[in-house]
Design a protein. Sequence first.
Length: 281
Amino acid sequence: MKVVCTEKSQVLGSKVAKALDLPFVYSQFKAFPDGELYLKTGSLDGETLLVSSTADNESLVQLLLMIDACDASDITLVLPYMGYARQDKRFNDGEPVSGRAVARALSAGVSRVITVNIHESTVLSHFRVPAADITLAPEMAAWIRGLGCDEPLILAPDKGAARFAADIAKIGGWETDHLSKTRLSGEEVRIAPSTVDAGGRDIVITDDIISTGGTLATAAGMLKEGGARSVHAACVHGVFASGGFARLASAGLASVAASDTIESAASAYSAAEMIAAAVRK
């Protein structure tokens, strides 16, 4: 087996290759003057482990080209971050089920798929090859432990994310809760833990994705006003769209961390070991 990756997953791809002690294949990437993409990868035959997040449309097209370039191989596709996975149903007439469309397109030419904390697990059923999801809860728990906080409170940003927060909290033996909104008036909303008092506590808000960070920044401000000692944020996929990281930093969070499923300066823990473990299985 050899490991290959697309352009924006180079660091994670190399870490996965090192974790598995496999050859890492160098690939070239460029764009033509009209914007069309070009790539050229090294010799691939037998088995190929293809690592590629699709955090933007260019990465998605690049992945489709890479799958075609590796068509002589038995391909295991690792999607550390799968774009379009948040739309798993048709909300209005005339809309595509975007997660289904992307899953079907990526199924062509690969033998199996591994995702990392996919936003909607129902999207896995749309792949036309075996697909499995893995979680970075252990890696995030290790990072939280490294903060040195005294009995941190692990908070989910809403009830829907409470299970993931509970998985992280269970590993560390910490207390957990989820944030809830209480409308105080037509214009005023209070955001606070559903049942636990945050006063005097070190808070870590965890989620699978941080996108724009708007709600999280508001919640952090209210938690601090409510007496929280410190507020941290940790996620698997740091999208940080529309200045999301700057919004959180300006809101006074003690730290903001993400994994390297989307590579950035905020990548504080890696998906490589969990991906390697899934491949070994």
